[in-house]
Design a protein around this ligand. Structure first.
Ligand SMILES: [Zn+2]
Length: 541
């Protein structure tokens, strides 16, 4: 066993004068219910841990963070630990327990603050409300409001009444104000039917209200826990860290999240910024020194402590979650089918992939099994950093590996020209992994053509030109129907038009794939040419 030892996070950073008060702020983010290690050790770019080798096995996991949190608490006088959101959803343990397991672990270790992330909302408000009630610490999100629609369950309103803009923690007479923000991107990823009554505001609007209140309450130190990531190339609609730092230089630190990146210690417009990657690959640690005479922070440092093979998993967490971990392992081991050859996911956007073809067929069949009809499916290529499904036995774990997100499906009607508009919008992403593949119809894209004229052919499944009067039933997942983070505004607009008669189904796309594999195995992977690319003619010189 490797002994790199816990020493790295036990070392005290500073020699303090007698009256100075040391404060330690610990932070986890984007745990996504990862209790067990799950971050691949062979990808340093992803894990942010350069020293790890594949022999270390998977990295991170909350069970390791728990060991580090306990060790630091045993050593330091004043420790505050907060979780920065995207906590409950994101793996099979999260899905099967609807987030209850990870919250039990957070409560067991005494998590003080939970700032809500966007994925908390993926199962809808009714599923989230009991989790908000479960959490024993304080819930934060200054830019969230719940305006109960008529007929809504009072439990949801009661749970959301617990969500605050900020809280104060007092340690050795020092008042630490912790403000919280979720990401303003939520309404562009979630379908309205899942979040009725939820209002998400711009970060600056919310902080202009909350920061003066925190100051008026006598806070000595102001921290912001934001479920938003630092975008090195500038803010976007969902991540406003740069604007926040510019407008609120009085913040002593911003603790970020959401974008699954490690930022150890950055200065953003002079404000300390730190972000602890994802899935517990790191425990974030900020050390502040408060001088009670000068009444100011005299030093501040931020570190990310790697949760690698040298950090043992906390046995108490594993014990408390044992029944849920066992149930999850059994569910993932379920055999759902088999494939005669690997079902490849790579090769797009240039061409359809066997995985995309299989997945879209599964969505169409699931809709039809529930009484609907589908002419075409528009869906992402499921490439991620995975390579598809293996040949041979397929288990639920394989299904999870290609469909890690929770998404449902909607079907709506469009005219041929409207479909062309949707496909044009999609063609603008042709060179990126965001490109959505088409299934059930044939198309030819000419990437070099001017915007609005890139789809040069649209035909039925046999390749016959679609007549202008054709009406088509298009299926898309809930994420894309919500505009996929403002990437597909036209798709959303057309899907929500009354003439589109949008029908939204409750089944998960992951379930659809599992159902299809159970029914049609052995799968013989196909690579049909649903779309092709027309290259620009070489220029004569
Ligand atoms: Zn997030």
């Amino acid at each position: 066993m490797v002994v790199r030892a816990l020493g790295i996070f036990l070392a005290t950073a500073l020699a303090l004068s007698a009256r100075e008060v040391p404060l330690v702020i610990l932070h986890t983010t984007d745990l996504h219910s990862a209790v067990l290690p799950a971050v691949p050790a062979d990808d340093a770019r992803l894990s942010g841990i350069q020293e790890a080798t594949p022999d270390d096995g998977p990295l991170g996991g909350f069970a390791r963070c728990a060991t580090a949190i306990r060790a630091i608490r045993a050593k330091e006088r004043n420790v505050l630990w907060l979780d920065n959101g995207d906590t409950i959803e994101g793996n099979a343990l999260g899905f099967l327990t609807r987030g209850a397991a990870i919250l039990r672990a957070l409560n067991l270790l005494g998590c003080s603050i939970w700032t809500l992330g966007n994925h908390e909302f993926d199962w809808g408000l009714a599923a989230l409300a009991p989790r908000l009630e479960d959490f024993k610490g304080d819930l934060l999100a200054a830019n969230l409001r719940y305006d109960a629609p008529p007929g809504a369950s009072p439990e949801i309103a009661r749970a959301f009444a617990r969500v605050k803009p900020f809280v104060i923690r007092e340690m050795e007479g020092v008042k630490i104000g912790v403000l919280g923000l979720t990401t303003p991107g939520i309404p562009s990823w979630s379908r309205p039917r899942l979040i009725p009554g939820l209002v998400v505001e711009d970060s600056l609007v919310a902080l202009r209200r909350a920061v003066p209140l925190a100051k008026a309450a006598g806070c000595d130190i102001l921290l912001l826990s934001a479920h938003q990531g630092l975008r090195p190339r500038g803010d976007d609609h969902a991540n406003q860290v740069a604007a926040i730092a510019r407008n609120f230089p009085e913040l002593d630190a911003i603790i970020g999240g959401h974008s699954h990146q490690p930022f150890e210690e950055q200065k953003v417009s002079g404000v300390l910024y730190t972000q602890a990657n994802f899935w517990g690959s790191h425990l974030g640690r900020i050390d502040l020194t408060w001088d009670p005479d000068a009444r100011r922070v005299t030093s501040r440092t931020a570190r990310l402590l790697p949760m690698d093979a040298t950090v043992p998993m906390n046995p108490e967490v594993l014990e408390a979650l044992r029944p849920d971990l066992d149930r999850t392992a059994a569910a993932l081991a379920e055999r759902v089918g088999e494939a005669t050859a690997p079902i490849e996911a790579l090769g797009g956007p240039k061409a359809s992939t066997p995985l995309h073809d299989l997945f879209c067929a599964a969505i169409a069949e699931a809709v039809e099994a529930r009484g609907g009809k589908v002419d075409a499916v528009l869906h992402g290529l499921l490439a991620g950093h995975k390579t598809g499904l293996p040949a041979g036995t397929l288990r639920m774990a394989d299904v999870w590996s290609v469909v890690p997100y929770e998404n449902t499906v909607g079907v709506f009607e469009v005219s041929r020209d409207q479909l062309l508009e949707i496909l044009e919008e999609n063609a603008s992403a042709y060179t990126s992994p965001r490109f959505r593949g088409l299934w059930g119809l044939t198309m030819k894209i000419k990437p070099s053509a001017p915007s609005g004229k890139r789809v040069v052919f649209l035909g039925d499944r046999e390749g016959r030109t679609l007549p202008p009067a054709a009406r088509l039933r298009l299926a898309a997942n809930s994420y894309d129907l919500a505009s996929g983070g403002r990437r597909w505004p036209r798709l959303r607009e057309l899907a929500e038009a009354p003439s589109a008669k949008l029908v939204e189904y409750d089944f998960q796309t992951r379930e659809a794939l599992a159902e299809y594999l159970r029914k049609h195995s052995p799968i013989r992977p196909k690579k049909p040419a649903w779309w092709s690319i027309e290259r620009a003619k070489p220029q004569r010189r």
